[in-house]
Design a protein around this ligand. Sequence first.
Ligand SMILES: Nc1nc2c(ncn2[C@@H]2O[C@H](COP(=O)(O)OP(=O)(O)O)[C@@H](O)[C@H]2O)c(=O)[nH]1
Ligand SMILES: [Mg+2]
Ligand SMILES: [Zn+2]
Length: 219
Amino acid sequence: MPVKTLNVNEDILSANDMLAENLKARFDNSRVFVMNLMSSPGAGKTSLILRIIEALSGKVKIVVIEGDIASDVDAQKVGRTKVDVVQINTKGACHLDANMILSATQSLGLDGKQLLIIENVGNLVCPAEFKLGEDVKVMILSIPEGHDKPLKYPLMFTESNALVLNKIDLLPYTDFDMQELSKTVLAMNPSVKIFPVSAKTGEGIAELAAWLSGQIAGK
Ligand SMILES: Nc1nc2c(ncn2[C@@H]2O[C@H](COP(=O)(O)OP(=O)(O)O)[C@@H](O)[C@H]2O)c(=O)[nH]1
Ligand SMILES: [Mg+2]
Ligand SMILES: [Zn+2]
């Protein structure tokens, strides 16, 4: 009997792409700028979101979607800032998809909002493949993870519009090579913006917030 091969992964991705296009049209209609924030677990997504909320407070109306396999610890942290937040638990799935964002936005009013930040599930692999209707993909690489990660997880680095290098306060304690990192990333993705920051000390956050404000104003 001839063997038939099903390209399940491709089918899932194209169904997701279609839904993501619909979502993008909805976000465009509501004039909400959407940032898909990705990184490995612990690189500093939630810490950075708290810094962005602080930097843009009073200027930009923000809502947040928190994606995690389980728990609502990150949504609790963001909720303390008074910004509207909804938690998605993926129950094991290692990335967010457009369908999950559709459900989340149905319970989160977007009226009058200007910035939707989506904290993706901590993972350097498949979040890069699933579009969420976002305007920009932003990834965080934290200094302790090492400067070789673009070579190991290239898709995430080539897909991102901006790369945040977080935890620069830890540079003196590691062998992380900033020049080597920039050279590698810019060779893969020449238009990527690179922001060295510390979500702990606040260094570099103003530059990132200024770029983001410009992006939001441009929408
Ligand atoms: N030293 C240092 N620690 C940081 C920085 N940003 C985040 N952290 C710490 O890294 C850990 C993970 O941060 P979190 O924001 O929860 O990362 P997430 O899992 O990507 O959301 C926490 O203990 C943070 O306090 C930073 O810039 N410098
Ligand atoms: Mg987090
Ligand atoms: Zn996944």
